[in-house]
Design a protein around this ligand. Structure first.
Ligand SMILES: [Zn+2]
Length: 132
């Protein structure tokens, strides 16, 4: 991964034809860019885990009774390409924002969710409910 802070450069670097398998130690680079560009750095560091998920590419979970991680983002272990990975991470981060900042009880694909669509577009990303 190039040592750049630009998302466009990263997306260009990986291209759109290569399958992307996220590694835990590389996720913060992308997470921090999205947090800065889309969420004004208002998100904290969540717990992110990578595993094979059936029927989804990402999940956001909130568990107030968790002893360690109340906020958790889970990502699928394989994406069509790097861009898809970034879009899914961004999608789950919107749910995190809905919960953490907007204090919404159920993070759904509502009006507030789609209010981020413009900011996504601005940096070349799509915000959708379902990606495949
Ligand atoms: Zn969602």
């Amino acid at each position: 991964m190039p040592r750049t802070k630009s998302l466009a450069t990263l997306i260009q670097h990986y291209g759109c034809e290569r399958v992307f398998e996220p590694k835990t130690n590389k996720i913060p680079i992308v997470y921090n860019i999205l947090n800065r560009e889309i969420f004004n750095n208002r998100l904290k560091k969540p717990y992110i885990s990578i595993r094979r998920i059936h029927g989804a590419l990402g999940l956001f979970e909130f568990n107030p009774y968790a002893t360690k991680h109340c906020y958790k983002i889970t990502l699928h272990n394989k994406f069509k390409n790097f861009q898809e990975f970034v879009e899914i991470l961004g999608h789950e981060m919107v749910h995190y924002y809905q919960k953490l900042v907007m204090k919404q009880n159920s993070a759904k694909h509502n009006k507030e969710f789609y209010s981020f669509k413009k900011k996504f577009k601005k940096i070349g990303l799509e915000l959708k409910r379902i990606y495949r």
